[in-house]
Design a protein around this ligand. Structure first.
Ligand SMILES: NC(=O)c1ccc[n+]([C@@H]2O[C@H](COP(=O)([O-])OP(=O)(O)OC[C@H]3O[C@@H](n4cnc5c(N)ncnc54)[C@H](O)[C@@H]3O)[C@@H](O)[C@H]2O)c1
Ligand SMILES: [Fe+2]
Length: 382
């Protein structure tokens, strides 16, 4: 067995643990923060800005609207340098964390983000201190070395990564997710579930990623519906924040056909990432079941639907049923049709997938054009 895993240096979990931020920055000797966030009315911006100011720490703010693109990231690099920042703090979901991850890297490595995303430019300098404070529970971007970027020039949604781009410190403070709207709560929860399931059956799964994946599944099965129904239930919010983090560690084992489809087509059709994952997940499980049958029986156990005496295949089907049931319970989308204005050109879609996620080789059922088409057709069924 061979595997490698890249993990954060420090993970802090608990209500109001954001208050540790000034002390951490001071310990690292930082003078000016590049604070990357959503527009300042969302996601607790004022709380963090006040915390910095009242502790005598300067910051410059960079706002991310929508999912991060070349302009947002290159603009953030310019601001980081012009303001003389020496560290990056992300306060937001996957969009903000990925933007911040890229901005800090670019500030010291030079060039523009497209150089790294499309032209294979290598990261050669360690980015400055990067602290991530998630405000959604889904992407697990705080636990990964990967940034997903929308390219304004060719309209592809493609990842870039480097070992040193992972957040040094993560603060998982559930008080930041109590205002998360229900559609974002459910969508991001389905993203986390997709990470847990796809990584568990990945051909590159390791005992470590499997452990994190199963834990994420158990937590999501128990708490996702509760966070949707009781947004200010801090125990449930905390459990989902942990689940998202565990899913993020797990997905370092590589994405499968649900994400291979959801990432580029979500970008193409303008579907929020978690919704796109939700749409492709049950079909992906069905396609992969014959190739990872025992693992799907384990997933049934983690999702609480395993039945003694049934075959692994039958238990695997129970796991798929449970995912569909969860979608119903939380109102997560199941079908791609509503997002389309015209009949899709399959050759064009396959081309987009090939140029973004089509190189990924760890899906249990080998990836080829037919698998892409089958996954697409299953996502079109109501
Ligand atoms: N780097 C990775 O490993 C990784 C993994 C999966 C997905 N992603 C990427 O992450 C992005 C999606 O991130 P996301 O799903 O977290 O959503 P997001 O960051 O795009 O946020 C979704 C919406 O929720 C709102 N919001 C967020 N936090 C809020 C809060 N606390 N209160 C009120 N509103 C809030 C935002 O304003 C936004 O409108 C995509 O680009 C996806 O490709 C990255
Ligand atoms: Fe994802």
């Amino acid at each position: 067995m061979n595997f490698e895993i890249v993990m954060n240096r420090q993970v802090i979990f608990g209500e109001n643990k954001v208050e540790m931020l000034p002390g951490l920055l001071k310990w690292y000797g930082k003078k000016k923060v590049m604070l990357v966030s959503y527009p300042t009315t969302i996601g607790g911006f004022k709380r963090v800005a006040d915390l910095l100011t009242s502790n005598g720490i300067e910051y410059a703010s960079h706002v991310v609207t929508g999912e991060p693109d070349l302009k947002i990231i290159d603009g953030g690099r310019d601001k980081f340098l012009a303001e003389g920042c020496d560290c990056t703090v992300a306060l937001g979901g996957g969009s903000v964390i990925d933007a911040a991850k890229s901005i800090g890297m670019l500030a010291v490595n030079g060039g523009c983000i497209e150089d790294y995303q499309m032209r294979g430019k290598e990261v050669t300098v360690e980015p400055p201190l990067f602290i991530a404070i998630p405000t959604t529970s889904g992407t697990g971007a705080e636990a990964t070395k990967t940034a997903v970027v929308c390219n304004n020039n060719n309209h592809l949604k493609k990842s870039l990564y480097h070992t040193t781009m992972i957040a040094d410190v993560v603060i998982l403070d559930p008080t930041f997710t109590v205002e998360l709207p229900r559609p974002v709560t459910s969508a991001t929860g389905m993203d986390a579930l997709s990470h847990a399931i796809e990584s568990y059956v990945s051909l590159n799964a390791s005992p470590l990623t499997e452990m994190y994946g199963l834990k994420a599944m158990e937590l999501i099965n128990k708490y996702l519906k509760r966070t949707c129904e009781h947004p200010d239930d801090l125990e449930a919010r905390g459990a989902m924040m942990l689940a998202s983090y565990c899913g993020g560690v797990a997905i370092t084992a590589g994405i499968g056909i649900a994400h291979i489809m959801a990432q580029p087509l979500g970008g193409y059709y303008g579907i929020p990432h978690g919704d796109a994952c939700s749409i492709f997940l049950p079909g992906a499980m069905t396609l992969n079941l014959p190739y990872a049958t025992k693992k799907y029986a384990d997933i049934a156990k983690a999702l609480g639907v395993y039945v003694d005496g049934l075959s692994d295949e039958e238990n695997g089907k129970k796991a798929i049923e449970r995912v569909r049931q969860l979608q119903e319970e939380i109102g997560a989308p199941k079908c791609l049709k509503g997002y389309m204005k015209e009949v899709p050109d399959m050759a064009e879609l396959v081309d987009i997938i090939k140029r973004t996620t089509g190189h990924i080789k760890c899906n249990p059922k080998p990836l080829d054009e037919q698998l892409m088409i089958d996954a697409f057709n299953m996502a079109m069924e109501d």
